[in-house]
Design a protein around this ligand. Structure first.
Ligand code: MSP
Length: 520
């Protein structure tokens, strides 16, 4: 097994404050990071902000600020939200930082030296909201508007530098075809492949600096031009690890963490990640990331999120959900409510329903009734199990399936299937309580040993459930694990800790506040 795990989120534009979409990718990355830490890997989790480009320049001008002032103001909103949502990133990169700018220049310099870049003239259309060059035919198909924001495209005509993208496309296609997990989910991979088959032009990778008011990273071979913001932004995944070496304190980490295990992104930015970035890396003769995973988009209350529609899940909405439920419940809902990769809808009603059905009735209730019975029948001490039999088997099997599959599922970002397996164990245990009816056996003194086995089986299953839910709901699950008096021996992996029977009998349980009180 690999020792390290490197996961990244997109770096977010600082033209506007964060919303549910940003929180989704970041929470998913956090869940993966926490899982792999628990699995014993040396994890590096990177997030950050994308601060250059015309979009930021214009947003700053509209607010009468310099781009740097705007970035300094907005970056705090992202950092605060990540602190509120308990995001355990190891590094936060801002593209306006010197450590990044120097390395982007060194990288572009390598490309120039390798004759991967040539000068020419760009005459064509640009989508300023997506920071994307658009071909005439695509523009025509979309009525000369952005396919994402609907804003009119802008015509550019200027001298520029180009990257020989087309030259690398055959090799990229070969790589995509021979590495089925390079682009996930599979449907997205097929979309990329079919678009690649239609042929790809070279990529314009610079803008006249004056058009950006000097805000950007100067091309190392021509300071009158700035590096195209997507080239600048994509590089962050590698520059944050200190590549290329430029002789400062940040050199070095890349040998340990590169190539990235997964770049988590939204489906709208797949092409940049799945085509431009790998081709650049090939041109630089560097290894490619193992996986680029494109998740779907959230709608809200059945419609595309729009500030004017009043359905925008803003930072304030997120904060109010966290106040009403908890941060962990918000994290859980996002990861549970839509299959990772598909689109999904956010609504307060769906949130309440899932909260009550899954968290309060299934998980919280299982913990509560287990602790109640242990308290009532065994003075709160974890009972000693006798031999397990056919009735216990479905619970043990569900626990084993979960333990067996967890890492493989997380390696392909199948967080929803991972959660399904956790829920299978919860259901198997709830069914087990119903069929073995320990509250009836308790009335018969001769059944005391059997009663002990049943309650041990329940509390052990609960322990495993809580452990596997910890990457999603770290604080709440820690509270639950404390209630059953679980103290994980240090230095062991989740897989080791989740093998059946590790909860020592005799431990004093401590019924506390319900983890998920029912909401009306
Ligand atoms: N700066 C670029 C990324 C550069 S990465 C080298 C960017 N930034 S962004 O702030 O506009 O968007 C970041 C992410 O938010 C994208 O992955 C996008 O898919 C995601 N989302 C924006 N709206 C979303 C939803 N409604 N639902 C889910 N994710 C959404 O793009």
């Amino acid at each position: 097994m690999r020792e390290t795990y490197y996961v990244t989120t997109p770096i977010y534009y600082v033209n506007d404050v964060p919303h549910i979409g940003h929180s989704y990718t970041t929470i998913a990355a956090d869940v993966l990071a926490r899982y792999f830490r628990a699995a014993g890997r040396d994890v590096r989790f990177l997030t950050g902000t994308d601060e250059h480009g015309i979009k930021i320049v214009k947003a700053a001008a509209e607010r009468g600020m310099s781009p740097k002032e705007l970035a300094d103001e907005v970056v705090v909103h992202f950092q605060d939200l990540w602190a509120d949502l308990n995001i355990s990133y190891d590094d936060f990169i801002r593209t306006s930082e010197e450590r990044h700018e120097k390395r982007v220049q060194a990288m572009v310099r390598h490309l120039v030296d390798r004759d991967e870049i040539y000068s020419g003239r760009y005459e064509g259309l640009y989508d300023e909201s997506q920071e994307e060059f658009v071909t005439e035919s695509v523009a025509r198909d979309n009525d000369y508007k952005s396919h994402i924001s609907g804003k009119p495209l802008v015509r550019y005509s200027e001298d520029a530098y180009f990257f020989r993208l087309g030259k690398w496309v055959p090799r990229l296609m070969e790589h995509v075809e021979s590495h089925p997990e390079f682009i996930l989910p599979a449907a997205r991979r097929n979309e990329v492949l079919s678009k690649l088959r239609q042929g790809v032009d070279d990529l314009c990778i610079s803008r006249a600096s004056e058009k950006l008011g000097g805000w950007g990273i100067p091309m190392p071979n021509d300071p009158n031009h700035s590096v195209y913001v997507w080239i600048d932004a994509l590089s962050n995944y590698y520059t944050a690890l200190g590549w290329p070496d430029v002789g400062d304190a940040h050199d070095g980490d890349h040998t340990r963490y590169w190539p990235a295990d997964v770049h988590l992104i939204g489906k709208d930015i797949l092409w940049f990640h799945a085509v431009y970035w790998p081709c650049m890396l090939m041109a630089l003769d560097r290894p490619l990331p193992r996986c680029i995973f494109a998740h779907g988009w959230w709608t809200s209350e059945g419609k595309r999120m729009q500030k004017t529609l009043g359905n925008f899940v803003s930072r304030e909405t997120i904060a109010s959900i966290c106040r009403e439920y908890s941060v962990d419940v918000y994290r859980y809902f996002l990861m549970r409510a839509m299959a990772f990769g598909a689109d999904g809808d956010f609504s307060r009603t769906a949130l309440r329903k899932r909260y009550n059905n899954e968290l309060a009735n299934n998980i919280g209730n299982l913990l509560n009734r287990t602790l109640n019975m242990i308290e009532q029948y065994f003075g709160g001490k974890v009972p000693i199990p006798a031999s397990v039999g056919a009735q216990e088997q479905p619970v043990l099997d569900a626990a084993e399936h979960l333990r067996d599959g967890a890492t493989k599922l997380m390696e392909v970002c199948a967080c929803h299937t991972y959660l399904d397996k956790v829920m299978d164990l919860v259901s198997a245990t709830n069914r087990y309580v119903d069929t073995t009816a320990p509250f009836k056996l308790a009335k018969d003194e001769s059944q005391r040993e059997r009663l002990g086995t049943i309650l041990y089986t329940c509390v052990e299953a609960v322990r495993i459930v809580l452990m596997y839910l910890s990457p999603l709901m770290p604080d709440t699950m820690a509270a639950g694990l404390a209630q059953i008096n679980w103290k994980a021996p240090p230095g062991r992996t989740i897989e080791e800790l989740a093998s059946w029977g590790q909860l020592p009998p005799g431990g004093q349980t401590q019924k506390g506040q319900p983890l998920f009180p029912r909401k009306l």
